[in-house]
Design a protein around this ligand. Sequence first.
Ligand SMILES: [Cu+2]
Length: 140
Amino acid sequence: MSRLLFAALFCLALSAPLGADEHQHVAQAPATAAAQPPAQPETGVRELAAVNIEFRGTKVWVPSTFIVRKGEKVRLTLINNAPSGVHGWACDELNIKVAVNNDEKDNKKVVEFTPTRTGLFRTYCHLHPAHIGGEILVID
Ligand SMILES: [Cu+2]
């Protein structure tokens, strides 16, 4: 059962960035101004989010995999909804290492970065090695 859950979450993670691109394409189609969906909050910034969850003692950031472009500014919101306490999100190649509390009024951190090179980079919780990690694929 848990394998099925993680497979489903993984598929969601892969589809999320592509879905965002499709949405932007639709927004550029001819339409009246009133009918157009709201624009991105800030032009040129890719807004992403991940939620830390816990299922039968296994912790994972969902989605775990992101696809971003080299030179594109990324704003990643990390929300820790795991009941087990503070969890981390780190990526050595992007020089990111943050700890996210799980308090009701303090369970969010926003990380901004702009990848300067392409590659597949590992993400992980630097506080708990057993915490399931993920990857960031940086493309041209
Ligand atoms: Cu952790």
